[in-house]
Ligand binder design. Structure first.
Ligand SMILES: Cc1cc2nc3c(=O)[nH]c(=O)nc-3n(C[C@H](O)[C@H](O)[C@H](O)COP(=O)(O)OP(=O)(O)OC[C@H]3O[C@@H](n4cnc5c(N)ncnc54)[C@H](O)[C@@H]3O)c2cc1C
Length: 475
């Protein structure tokens, strides 16, 4: 092992969270090393957000076009799948990260390619793909940003069945004839929308009673209705017991509890995520191995004043924008602590990641889109709020009617009756993802309902839903 190379900050994992930490600490004048074992840009850029949305955009645009008089007939045909897959490949940079490396060079960061592990307090050992070893030591902070990997349940026959995870589902180079999807959450619903739209026959096998279980029930119901209309089959309350694939190219068969079996050409297991913390040396600093890493609101690990964890790996919110937000907070906290400054002095106030718990937005790019921020009604009640749900049919908003013929959608705001502020909001409908930021501002800013009345939505936009929700609330 070579002598340690010293930096102010060492970041382990170059996904969106790790990249944003580097951006902040370099901007603060702290020398920073980034260790990445695969591609700088992480899961998000190559096998998650970016390729999935590149696949979904043409599917959603065509669905929208088919609802516009005068355009519907022109949008009747199939998508040009070769062009869609090429567009997806373009957005992943053909799974090359030279652009990210150039950017890191330009801000003065030092990149180590290889697998990194903590190597005791303030140290990280890196093994390069060529087998070289480096030890990096950090004057101020080590930041773990190693993200997650897909969880595939250990079912009989699963290994031989070579199932897809989100990686294959977002990088496949051909449309499967029949795609079986196990799961009903966001990844399952988005990939069902994408591949059904691209010509596959999708069958979803959902253990629970519906799709998108973390959102208000109507979100999953509207998305399931639309998927069924598009030709997908959705089976709920089913348990997959075994998987069989004969030979290397044969079809895959899924055996359900009760003995029924279903056949497909590919099988996507969209069954959750696990932290990539099993081989990063956590044991060398007395932390448990293979679990999510607990952090405080500055994303620092309690009891280790030099160790931070940002992004998926801390399990606060498995979303790119929240990981990047945490990185902005933690980067500022590291810089402040390195300078001996208090944590509440930066241009943005206190360096604490409060939005992770209070105003977390998410957009699901199904057709219809589903977007939500803050608490659902059930969550608000469980948290002890005296809350009221205000619902409105989005199709009754003129902006929505002009957006699409036969527009279908629904919106709900959850009001804290004691303080008359929003605790959460959910919008489901074509184009609804763009509605969520206004709600995020209302929830994060705790804008009183009375003031929201003076935030006048432009006519004729789908945002007029705000006016209708507020009128319904006042009665
Ligand atoms: C199909 C899919 C679609 C998604 N779509 C969206 C979306 O539209 N919007 C959204 O907000 N979120 C989306 N997400 C979630 C999003 O991808 C994650 O929240 C995000 O990637 C987390 O960023 P991260 O930096 O924490 O981790 P990652 O992106 O997982 O990056 C971690 C990096 O660490 C590296 N690494 C791991 N271990 C080591 C090690 N020991 N040494 C060196 N390097 C290491 C990895 O190679 C990787 O590059 C989606 C997820 C999936 C699966």
């Amino acid at each position: 092992m070579s002598e340690a190379v010293e930096y102010d900050v060492v970041v382990l994992g170059g996904g969106p969270a790790g990249e944003n930490i580097v951006d902040r600490t370099c901007a603060a004048g702290l020398s920073t090393a980034l260790v990445e074992s695969e591609l700088v840009g992480g899961e998000c850029s190559y096998w998650a957000c970016v390729p999935s949305k590149a696949l979904l955009r043409p599917v959603l645009a065509r669905a929208d076009a088919r609802r516009v008089p005068g355009l519907a007939a022109a949008a009747e045909g199939p998508l040009d799948t070769a062009a869609v897959l090429a567009h997806r490949d373009y957005w992943t940079g053909d799974w090359k990260d030279q652009g990210q490396i150039d950017w890191l060079d330009s801000i003065g960061a030092h990149v180590y390619r290889g697998h990194g592990r903590l190597y005791g307090v303030r140290k990280v050992a890196v093994t390069s793909p060529e087998g070289e070893h480096h030890v990096l030591s950090a004057r101020h902070a080590v930041v773990v940003a190693t993200g997650t990997r897909a969880v595939v349940p250990d079912l009989p026959g699963i290994a031989g069945a070579r199932p897809w995870t989100s990686r294959e589902a977002t990088s496949a180079q051909a449309v499967p004839g029949r795609l079986l999807i196990v799961g009903g959450s966001v990844v399952a619903a988005e990939m069902a929308t994408a591949w059904q739209g691209l010509g596959a026959q999708v069958t979803m096998l959902v253990r629970g009673s519906g799709l998108l279980p973390r959102m208000e029930d109507f979100a999953g119901e509207l998305v399931a209705d639309a998927l069924r209309e598009a030709g997908a089959v959705i089976r709920t309350d089913v348990v997959v017991e075994a998987v069989v694939r004969d030979g290397s190219t044969g079809p895959v068969r899924v055996v359900l509890e009760g003995g029924e079996s279903l056949e497909g050409d590919e099988l996507l297991m969209a069954t959750g995520r696990a932290p990539r913390t099993d081989d990063i040396g956590l044991e060398t600093v007395g932390l448990p191995v293979g679990t999510w890493i607990d952090v405080d609101d500055s994303c620092r690990v309690p009891g280790h004043d030099w160790l931070y964890a940002v992004g998926d790996v801390n399990h606060r919110a498995l979303l790119t924008h929240q990981g990047k937000y945490q990185a902005r907070i933690a980067g500022a906290a590291i810089a402040a602590r390195a300078a001996g400054a208090p944590l509440d002095t930066g241009p943005w106030g206190a360096h604490t990641a409060t939005a992770d718990t209070r105003a977390l937005p998410q957009a699901v790019f199904t057709d219809p889109e589903a977007a939500a921020v803050g608490l659902t009604l059930a969550e608000a009640e469980r948290a002890g709020h005296r809350a009221r749900a205000v619902d409105y049919d989005l199709s009754k908003v003129s902006g929505a009617g002009l957006y699409a013929d036969g527009y279908r959608g629904r919106a709900r705001m959850v009001v804290d009756l004691d303080r008359e502020v929003l605790l959460g909001a959910t919008f489901v409908g074509p184009g609804a993802a763009e509605l969520v930021h206004a709600a995020t501002i209302a929830v994060a800013g705790e804008v009183p309902i009375e003031r929201l009345w003076h935030a006048v939505p432009a006519f004729p936009t789908i945002s007029e839903i705000w006016l209708r929700l507020l009128e319904t609330y006042r009665g």
